[in-house]
Design a protein around this ligand. Sequence first.
Ligand code: SF4
Length: 274
Amino acid sequence: MGIYDFYRRPLSDGASVPESIAMAEPEIAISTSQPELGDGMSPRKATAVAAPVEENIFEVIALKPEQSVSDPVKALKIIREDLGDCTRCALHKQGRKQVVFGVGNPKADLMFVGEGPGADEDAQGEPFVGRAGQLLNNMIKAMGISREQVYIANIVKCRPPGNRTPEREECETCSPFLMRQIAVIKPKVVVALGAVAAKTLLAMSASMMQLRGRFYDFKPAGVRSNDPNWDGCKLAVTYHPAFLLRDPRQKGEAWKDLQMVMRELGLKAPKTNT
Ligand code: SF4
């Protein structure tokens, strides 16, 4: 069976997870240490209790050069040129090969945001191209869309050495560029993949168990879109695909998160032959 074959495997609660997500993944060594389940917490069930961060009325909204540009392709190019051969945080001198900006549809309704590039991403200059990327592709396909229809980026754009979790300061230094990308793309939904992405985007600290299972109203911090009709979007949190490779038992939970996103976007999973 190929990796894109699609049939459904029943879960214990009667739901089903697409086979493209559920298929057993070979064991791989991923050193990214994401505390996906929080402090010893078991996988959550439903009621999320985390409150969304309140808008900071004192936040300074700086005018960005791309805000006068209506074409999102050109606007993203301006942000990329602004980033340049970035040396703004310590990650620039810790073995990165290149800055991994982001990839996908500049007018995407759906954005995925991960933690940071790994070795494959650093080598190819594109986010989510390794084994975790293959699983993300399968997750996107299971939602009835393709990788080309979404936009994919990370909180930090340079590979942390040994795939360590990026430091808070690195996230805070790099994420303003991601915020600008989001303001240009103007998605309807952002999916934060893993705890680092969720905590950075939402500016809140909570376990994955608390963060998942609900939508947050999200506006990219420190920047406004040039479209007065776009006043932010929804944000959902799910597990990072690298974590799902390490603990495939959580794939069913991740699929529930994606189904919530699909309902919001009016997406339907592809029909199966079984
Ligand atoms: S991670 Fe971001 S802020 Fe740090 S050097 Fe790379 S591009 Fe610059």
